[in-house]
Design a binder for this molecule. Structure first.
Ligand code: PGA
Ligand code: ZN
Length: 421
């Protein structure tokens, strides 16, 4: 089927932190679809460029230049193209920008159009978005992902002194996504009671990703708190821990400063070995800084066969960085964030490259999110089995989890359900 794009239109809207972001509409003769772009706080230096105005509006964060780029150059390039051909749409966007990091038009401008076109394509074909993404990824086995849910926030996402950014639980032993998210929500509410009892009411204010941000410093404290909630509920056999250190955030002058102590890469590695041994951590994301290749490789050589080592800032969802990481054997899983790379096609290419080489893929939100649930369909369409979308709290986080509940219900009705395995 061929369905031509008739109009492309963007506007400035707000994200979950109250900062401006781009929303785009892609129209065809029968209707239109929208997409909104997320934004990171602990962004990798190698990410595609997020174009901001840097003037007095919204304290420099307005995105009117990106919006204008959509409404002028991008609209001109896309109108008349077949919306059902994602590669053609994305190639037109890439050719128009012409820079390696999308610095001319802005990755936020480009991605908004790429995602909206993808959603409109599914709509005109009368199929769910995850099914169209599955078609693009040559995957027909739709898998509901296991959530990696961030219950305690630190680093750049919280006002406490925790250096490690995310303390997550993964209900790997759940039998369905619905059961998994129930387990996560029960842990979250139990954890809340425990934090109030120990640190008072002000300690359950939440961070950017909906996790609590209690006044903690040492890395073991949040883990112990989470595990005590898990144990109280009897979920010890069902749930595993996952960490996102976002270590570039506490790396400077060739050292890592963790809980006030300066550590070398190998010393930090010892901390992780200890956490692995004591708590059987399932997944370590960004354990080292984004260009500290040697420590990444040494760590993966040590734990890669018993734990997931996930590259986020290291890889920035970029096939070029993924190829380097494959050569260096620096990690064994890709964190996939569509706005790090800037088009749907390139994100799918990154996922495919990772999986072809035996890596796991975890689809991810950003700390600055919107109510757009695109990544829920992306995770199912890829069939990659893992998604990170924050705590089961704050609507920009639950929008993704709720969409996954709907998708699971739809697949169940057709007898096609698969949960992350
Ligand atoms: P960010 O954080 O969106 O602020 O980059 C998420 C992450 O590091 O995974
Ligand atoms: Zn990360």
């Amino acid at each position: 089927m061929v369905e031509k794009i008739s109009r492309v239109f963007a506007r400035q809207v707000l994200d979950s932190r109250g900062n401006p972001t781009v929303e785009c509409e892609v129209h065809t003769s029968s209707g239109f679809s929208r997409a909104m772009v997320p934004s990171g706080a602990s962004t990798g230096v190698h990410e595609a460029l997020e174009l901001r105005d840097n003037d007095h509006c919204f304290l420099g964060k307005s995105v009117t230049m990106a919006v204008t780029n959509v409404n002028t150059a991008i609209a001109k390039a896309l109108v008349g193209l077949d919306v059902t051909d994602q590669r053609v749409v994305d190639n037109a966007l890439l050719a128009l920008d012409g820079t390696p990091n999308k610095s001319r038009l802005g990755a936020n401008a480009i991605l908004s159009a790429s995602m909206a076109a993808c959603r409109e394509s599914a709509r005109v074909q009368g199929i769910p978005l995850h099914e169209f993404i599955g078609f693009l990824a040559a995957n027909d086995r739709f898998v509901l992902p296991c959530p990696a849910s961030n219950l305690i926030n630190g680093g750049a996402h919280a006002g406490n002194e925790l250096d490690i950014q995310e303390f997550m639980v993964m209900p790997l032993g759940a039998k369905s996504f619905a059961e998994g998210i129930q387990i996560v929500a029960e842990i979250y509410q139990t954890l809340k009671k425990k934090i109030v009892a120990k640190y008072g009411k002000q300690a359950v204010n939440v961070g950017d990703e909906g996790g609590f941000a209690p006044p903690l410093k040492e890395v073991r404290e949040p883990i112990e708190l989470i595990l005590s909630a898990v144990q109280e509920l009897g979920y010890s056999d069902v749930v595993r821990l996952a960490l996102d250190s976002a270590a570039s955030g506490f790396y400077a002058d060739e050292a890592y400063t963790l809980a006030g102590k300066r550590l070398s890469g190998p010393e930090l590695m010892e901390v992780y070995f200890d956490l692995k041994k004591t708590y059987d951590v399932y997944s370590f994301e960004d354990p080292f800084a984004e260009d500290d290749w040697l420590n990444w490789s040494d760590f993966t050589a040590e734990v890669g066969n018993v734990a997931q080592v996930v590259g986020d800032d290291l890889l920035v969802s970029n096939p070029v960085r993924i190829r380097k990481a494959l050569m260096e054997e620096a990690c064994n899983a890709l964190l996939l964030k569509v706005n790090q790379i800037g088009t749907v096609s390139e994100a799918l290419e990154a996922a495919s490259l990772a999986r072809k080489n035996g890596w796991k893929v975890m689809v991810s939100h950003r700390s600055g999110e919107t109510e757009d649930s695109f990544i829920a369909d992306l995770a199912v369409g890829l069939g990659c089995g893992q998604i990170k979308s924050g705590a089961p709290c704050r609507s920009e986080r639950t929008a993704k989890y709720n969409q996954l509940l709907r998708i699971e219900e739809g697949l169940e009705a057709r007898g096609q359900t698969n949960y992350f395995k």
